[in-house]
Design a binder for this molecule. Structure first.
Ligand code: SF4
Ligand code: SF4
Length: 250
């Protein structure tokens, strides 16, 4: 379904403009989950039409030495790491088509399975395996997870169905691809761990823990950290408006 006539740059421009619109909405406390869904639907459509911005794919191409001539992709890849370091995981939350489609599927009204332990150790292990196979054997193991075939609707490829299964799992487990497999996600997790802006509790908190029960990644027990996708579930769950997107005071 990807329309090759549409320049990949379109996806990059969409992501940059979308990013700053979302930053302003978060900062002004005007963001709502309805707006968030508008973005995840749009990002999913952009993914199917343009297959951009797909930084996990760019990262694999860079590791395989196949994208160094594409300076726009490299600049975009680095730019969103820097932006995440400042503003948190807005890109993952709303603009990456792979993240967006998992977010959409998770809204399906089925019983959820919440993983209560930290996913970062498993994610880091996969990241090391990804780097090892890419750098030593020139094998891109992300290919076998099939998101490229999925967005290209290449139903003759067996990997299309691997990603389809991951998506079905996404209805029950929050963002399995992002939390266990995405190599770019590892970099963005680390960048967001101490981001300048993030969701924080203020003094109004009555410690009712409703935000912690609402969070699909166990990040709402204090200032949101590296696995926060800025989904805003904690903000909506808080009865006293004690969670706000604000700047680190250091
Ligand atoms: S973790 Fe990776 S796949 Fe998930 S939203 Fe972020 S960049 Fe996209
Ligand atoms: S519920 Fe709150 S802390 Fe948890 S991922 Fe969503 S925005 Fe981040």
């Amino acid at each position: 379904m990807v329309v090759e006539a549409i320049p990949k740059m379109t996806g990059m421009i969409y992501a940059i403009i979308g990013f700053f619109i979302l930053v302003v909405l978060f900062y002004k406390n005007r963001f709502t989950r309805k707006i968030g869904y508008l973005f995840v639907v749009t990002s999913t459509i952009v993914g199917f039409l343009v297959f951009a911005p797909m930084f996990p794919n760019q990262f694999q191409l860079l590791i395989l030495g196949k994208a160094w001539e594409n300076q726009v992709a490299i600049v975009g890849f680095l730019l969103f790491i820097v932006l995440t370091f400042v503003f948190g995981r807005i890109f993952c939350g709303y603009l990456c088509p792979i993240g967006a489609i998992q977010e959409l599927v998770y809204s399906a009204p089925v019983k959820k399975l919440r993983i209560t332990s930290k996913t970062l150790p498993v994610h880091l292990l996969f990241f090391i395996v990804f780097l090892f196979f890419g750098l030593v054997f020139s094998v891109g193991i992300l290919t076998y997870l099939g998101f490229r075939d999925f967005f290209y609707l290449n139903i003759t490829s067996p990997f299309f169905y691997v990603f389809l299964v991951l998506l079905v799992i996404s209805a029950v487990i929050y963002r399995p691809f992002c939390r266990f497999f995405c190599p770019y996600g590892v970099l963005l997790s680390l960048a967001s761990a101490r981001s300048l802006f993030k969701l924080r509790r203020n003094d109004s908190c009555i410690n009712c823990k409703k935000c912690e029960r609402a969070c699909p990644t166990n990040e709402a027990d204090g200032d949101a950290k590296l696995e926060c996708y800025l989904c805003n579930r904690c903000v909506d769950a808080c009865p006293v408006n004690a969670i706000e997107y604000s700047r680190n005071n250091f």
